[in-house]
Design a protein around this ligand. Structure first.
Ligand code: AMP
Length: 249
């Protein structure tokens, strides 16, 4: 069984986000980047199946500016067998990303696509669902437990009221939730070894796809600044403030 894992490069979740003066974009220059955390989980799931002998090949794919190569090298260091980098200086909406992933999934003849439930930079939570529709494959989203069999998969999904378990045929698209696993830490020898693994570069323009951004971001605003807190001397004072100033009790 061959598995494609979509890994997006995002701003490191621990970095303070800054917005440009025009309030149209998040500043990315000279900012620490990382693999989208949900994609780390997707990669870990693929690697565990490979270690169990269920998956034979893990292919990491990323679409973005040349810097995404670093994220793909990380995927290779974790244990992916090969990587495909689709170079694009422009950023695309989920439908276009899904079209690119659909084309690569077909070209690489994969049986399973594992990806994050959402990218933490745009919070779209759309690409997996669109990819499944484009490929006409079943999908299991928000997956917190996954079992692979030769022709099907059993996935437990985190839904509002609790957990839902479903079975579907493969090929399929699976998007991962936080509790599926804990991604491994990359060791130095693995980082060195990853340099020898194949990383193919292809330009998005050469893919022969019609890609249009139907949505444009008009404004980005930071959350309102929080007021400084005050230190109170007693519970009586706290109750007084909650009752008379905040008026919440
Ligand atoms: P989104 O729908 O944008 O929230 O993204 C959902 C998932 O799609 C991510 O967790 C990734 O697995 C995948 N994805 C989105 N954008 C990219 C990209 N530029 N390159 C590779 N994978 C991506």
């Amino acid at each position: 069984m061959r598995c494609l894992v979509a890994v997006k490069q995002v701003i490191d979740p621990y970095v303070h986000i800054r917005i440009n003066k025009e309030q149209t974009a998040v500043i990315q220059e000279n900012v620490k980047m990382a693999m989208n955390p949900f994609d780390e989980i997707a990669m870990e799931a693929a690697l565990q199946f490979k270690e169990q002998g269920i998956i034979s090949e893990v292919i990491a794919v990323s679409i973005g500016a040349p810097g995404v190569q670093e994220t793909l090298r990380q995927a290779l260091a974790r244990g992916a067998d090969k990587a495909i980098m689709v170079m694009s200086e422009k950023s695309y909406n989920p439908l276009s990303i899904a079209k690119v992933l659909a084309k690569i999934s077909k070209q690489q003849e994969v049986d399973l696509v594992l990806m994050g439930k959402q990218a933490i930079d745009n919070d779209c939570n759309q690409t997996g669902q669109m990819l499944a529709a484009l490929l006409d494959w079943p999908q299991a989203t928000f997956v917190s437990k996954l079992q692979l069999e030769s022709t099907s998969l059993i996935a437990t999904r985190e839904v509002d009221g609790g957990l839902e378990t479903l079975k579907c045929k493969i090929p399929a698209v699976v998007t991962t939730d936080l509790r599926l696993n804990e991604p491994r830490v990359i060791s130095l020898p693995n980082i060195m070894q990853a340099k020898k693994k194949p990383l193919t570069e292809i330009s998005i323009e050469d893919m022969g796809l019609e890609l249009n951004n139907q949505i444009a971001t008009t404004t980005i605003q930071p959350p309102p600044k929080r007021k400084a807190g005050v230190k109170l001397n007693s519970v009586t004072e706290l109750v007084d403030k909650l009752r008379n100033e905040a008026k919440i009790i």
